[in-house]
Design a protein around this ligand. Structure first.
Ligand code: PMP
Length: 447
């Protein structure tokens, strides 16, 4: 029986990333409140939010310090035009970010979602090349399996067919480098013991297209939407070297990986590299408000800095650029990260979760691999453990497990047949243990 709210929802709302017909048998779950790592629906049923509500809720729902900061800001200034005007929260946030971001990233362009931050990065790098005597550099490179958002520019540098295929005729012609596939390594190596043999494909692509490429965009170390694929830091270093060699800007999309998700503040820190441009969102505001930043270097910034009449400015804007509420949420997140042992907790949680998942699922005949980077853990389901053959897509195994997990009070939203845990960094151990037990039940109900 649908509640009146569910009926009204289905009458009017077109939910994101959904086949709405599926809602006939799985109606929307109407959430009334959140607390810590859990959500509660209108019937009071609890759901463990093991995916941080699309990877954005970094420190749990309704965190008192973040909520208080937003309340405080709300009584002072909710929004102001950000061209020619500024405000204290944005200024302080920019200065604080400059201290923690990889070396050299000191200039910040504000927007309000991840795709917008990526669009800004693409336009910025294209214009940078045009204004530094490299007008031939007009194309973008990305990795196979890449995901950078849903707007047309961001989709153009995405390579997950599910999202891009139908729009192909509209998209920019990006160059796709063969990304590492460490689970099914074509060189028969393992992630921790290889010499990045697969980087030869990137080298060949740079040799062919490097001279005409403006920028390479990557999700550093973790290709999220591709199924939480993890690749070695050494591969990212190789890409940095190639970009330097061919005068290609490196854009690091840290929208999903930033702020401690991977065990370091940024995934780039594992490789000890600095990109030329970095995109931030999601955890940046703790998942509280739509908020994003495109960070870049003095060198890139300088290519736009000139007398107005030269027409070199970055004429790019979003109404909600630098929204003060988002800035205060972001400042509160940085305050919590600086004053509480969140990273130590996350590291201990990661170790605990690895142990629990391995004990619960590693021996399962349909579990091909359990991998992790920081607290992000992925369980890749397969038809055959030995051959690593994928399950037939039409079976929708991941989706069925999603439904089973929801029934049991676990919000586990697989990417195809990859189950993943990407919880708030401060999730209590008991909650993690319960989530693993529920996940195992859901998996067992399917096989
Ligand atoms: N880049 C990455 C790596 C992401 O994970 C996402 C969102 N899942 C985006 C970009 C797009 O962000 P948004 O959904 O806020 O547009």
């Amino acid at each position: 029986m649908l509640s009146p709210l569910q009926q009204l929802d289905l009458r009017h709302i077109w939910h994101p990333c959904s086949q709405m017909k599926d809602y006939e048998t799985l109606p929307p779950i109407v959430i009334e409140r959140g607390a810590g790592s859990c959500l509660y629906d209108t019937d009071g049923k609890e759901y463990i939010d093991i995916i941080s509500s699309w990877w954005c809720n970094l420190l749990g729902h309704c965190h008192p310090r973040i909520s208080a900061a937003i309340h405080d800001q709300l009584d002072q200034l909710e929004h102001v035009i950000f061209a020619n005007f500024s405000h204290r929260p944005a200024i302080v946030l920019a200065a604080r970010l400059a201290e923690i971001l990889p070396r050299g990233l000191t200039k910040f362009n504000f927007s309000d979602n991840g795709s917008a931050a990526v669009e800004a990065a693409l336009k910025m790098s294209f214009q940078y090349q045009a204004q530094t005597g490299n007008a031939r550099k007009t194309r973008f490179m990305c990795l196979t399996g890449a995901y950078h958002g849903e707007t047309i520019g961001a989709l153009s540098v995405g390579a997950v067919d599910l999202y891009t295929q139908i729009y192909r005729p509209l998209l920019l012609d990006a160059i796709r480098l063969d990304a590492p596939d460490c689970f099914r390594c074509p060189f028969g190596k393992t992630r921790d013991a290889c010499a990045c043999e697969c980087a030869s494909a990137a080298e060949a692509s740079f040799a062919k297209f490097g001279e005409t490429t403006a920028a390479l965009i990557v999700e550093p170390l973790l290709q999220g939407s591709a199924g939480m694929r993890i690749y070695p830091a050494a591969y990212l270093r190789r890409l940095r070297d190639l970009c330097d060699r061919y005068g290609v800007l490196l854009i690091a999309d840290e929208i999903a990986t930033g702020f401690g998700r991977t065990g370091k503040m940024f995934a780039c820190d594992h490789a000890e590299i600095s990109p030329d441009i970095m995109c931030l969102s999601k955890g940046l505001s703790g998942g509280y408000l739509p908020f994003a930043i495109t960070a870049t270097t003095e060198r890139v910034f300088a290519a736009f800095y000139a007398d107005y009449r030269e027409g070199r400015a970055f004429m790019h804007s979003h109404t909600y650029s630098g929204n003060p509420l988002g800035c205060r949420a972001a400042l509160a997140v940085l305050d919590v990260l600086a004053s509480e042992p969140i990273f130590a907790t996350a590291a201990a949680n990661a170790e605990f979760l690895t142990g629990e998942l391995n004990a619960a699922l590693l021996d399962h005949p349909n579990v091909g691999e359990i991998r992790h980077l920081g607290l992000i853990h992925a369980v890749e389901l397969v038809a055959d453990k030995k051959t690593k053959t994928a399950l037939p897509a039409a079976r929708r195994t991941g989706y069925q497990i999603y439904r089973e997990a929801l029934r049991r009070g676990l919000l586990l939203r697989p990417l195809g047949d990859v189950l993943y845990f990407n919880p708030p960094l401060n999730t209590p151990r008991e909650t993690l243990a319960r989530a693993v037990a529920l996940c195992r039940e859901a998996v067992e109900s399917e096989f």
